[in-house]
Structure formats: structure tokens, C-alpha cells
Design a protein around this ligand. Sequence first.
Ligand SMILES: Nc1ncnc2c1ncn2[C@@H]1O[C@H](COP(=O)(O)OP(=O)(O)OP(=O)(O)O)[C@@H](O)[C@H]1O
Length: 302
Amino acid sequence: MSAHYGSRQVLHGVDLCIQVGEIFGLLGRNGAGKTSLVRAICGRLAPSAGSISVGGNRPDGASVPSIGLVPQDIALYPALTIQENLEVFGRLSGLSRKATRLAIEEAIDVAHLGERLNDRVDHLSGGWKRRVNIVAAMLHKPALLILDEPTVGVDVDARNALHRMIQMLRRDGTGILLVTHDLQQAELLCDRVGILLNGRLVLQGAPKMLLETAFSGRGEFIIEFAEILLDGQARTLRDMGFMANENRLSWHLVGDRTLDCFADVKRAGLDPREMHFRQPGLDSLFLWLSQQQCEYASEGVA
Ligand SMILES: Nc1ncnc2c1ncn2[C@@H]1O[C@H](COP(=O)(O)OP(=O)(O)OP(=O)(O)O)[C@@H](O)[C@H]1O
């Protein structure tokens, strides 16, 4: 599936299938096209090529019964209580009064909302608002629940509660598209992830399988600096094969544990704040892919 804003192409041949009861993590930097893909799935951005089907329906921009969307910004009525919000959202998603009541009763158990049901939303913490927002989006039991950065700005307890809720929904057979910048969260929760770079889904699969394929048992050397390096110092590290993270303070090299690169760094007169060796995670894969993409783009320009 491809999509444009006017003459500008933002999604390039994205091929994605989310299974029943699967958590699929959509990963990508700012501007990669994640929101555009979500908009396309919800029928708010028409594909310029290809098609989209959710639970057998083709989204057309109107309310789509097979989709539940939890946007990045909390979308609740602040002056209403949790109960009142859920009643409104249940009815808006097309449920009858009776079906809404039953769905809310069920959700109270799943999300442990009981004790706060009569609290006004504007009196809730960020974590509670997220929890209510997710419940509001799933009352009509959508085939696909889309969660856009669901744990941004919530504390550890709320984050754990949200993770439990997401896992419970998966067990009930809901397909979940989790859009996140949090690569640790993706590695922990997702059955599969897809990495979107410049509108292209460049890789998708189970995190463990992707990591094994990309790194084949090698580890990752990480060097952290307190300040951004001078050009010459950065060149020295690049010549050794290190890649800089987005913040340019952390440098990464994938290699065999026996590699003596930390000693080489010291010999080169660099003074890192910290050096360690670890198993590569999705963040390593992400960095490696982004680097390849940059090299590919600069070769294209040359
Ligand atoms: N309405 C629009 N008109 C034109 N270009 C747009 C529009 N919305 C987004 N874009 C561009 O499309 C590209 C993808 O944007 P999109 O918002 O989908 O990325 P994203 O991965 O969701 O980013 P973020 O993580 O910052 O939300 C960006 O280059 C953006 O500038």
C-alpha cells in the first residue's frame, strides 16, 4: 500500500498483515510515516496504490466498527466521570444502551476501574487517563486496536498496568497495533515488530528472530561520552567501525566479545564516561538500519 499527501509520497509499498491475537509493534523515528500509516488504516488517508482491509471491512473514514483507536493525545471528556465517558464512547461506537452497559461491566473487571468509576476524568493521573482511553476504544470489541504511544508520560505502575491490559486483550483475540518509540517496550510486548524508515517497512518479524538474523550471536560495544565529540575524534571512532546514536553521545559497535576495541579507544586518547558490552537489542537493530539507509541515500545522491 502506498499513500501521498498531494504530490508527496509518504508511504511506499507497505505490506503488513496483523493476525488475530497478535501484538504488532510499529517502530520508526519522527517523520517515518507511522501516523500516516495509522491514518490510512483508519480510512483517513486514501491509499494511492494497494488496499487495506480490517476484519473484512475496507475503512472509509467514517467510524469503522472493526477498529479501536487510542490516539497519542488523551481523547476523553474531562468534565465527565469515567462511567459517563465510557457510556458516551460505547454509544458513539454504535453499541445499544444495553450492550454498552454490559461492555462497561466487563471492562471494569479487565481494567480494574471499579473504585474510580465515579471520578471525573480531569481528576485522574496520566496513567489512569490512558487506561480509560484504552477501555473506551475497546468497548465495541474491535478486531484491531491501534495504540499510539500508549505509555508516554505515565509512571512505572501505570505502564505495567497498561502492559497487562494489552496482554489481556491479545489473549481475547484482539489484534493490536502498537505504535511506539520505546524499543524496550516493543521487545518486551510485541509478537512481531515492523521498522518503518522514510515510509518503507524495511523489516518485520519476531524481535528475537530479527536480532538473531541481524547479529548472529555477536555482541554490542557501547561507549558513552559526556559531551559531543570533535570532528577528528568522531572520525577516529567511525574508522574503528563505531556508529553514533541519534544523540551523538553514545557510540555503538557490533562485534565479537574478544574484540579489543575498548583498549583501542583508550589508546586513541578518547576519554569516555562509560564503556560496556551487551547483547544487542532492537535499538541496536534500529541504529544499524538507519545507518544503512543513510549510506544508501547518500550513495543515491552522489
Ligand atoms: N498533512 C500532511 N501534509 C503533508 N505532509 C505531511 C502531512 N502529515 C505528515 N506529513 C509528512 O509526512 C511524513 C510522515 O509524517 P508522519 O506524521 O506520518 O510521521 P510519524 O512517523 O508519525 O512522525 P512522529 O513520530 O513525529 O509522529 C513527514 O515527513 C511529515 O512531514
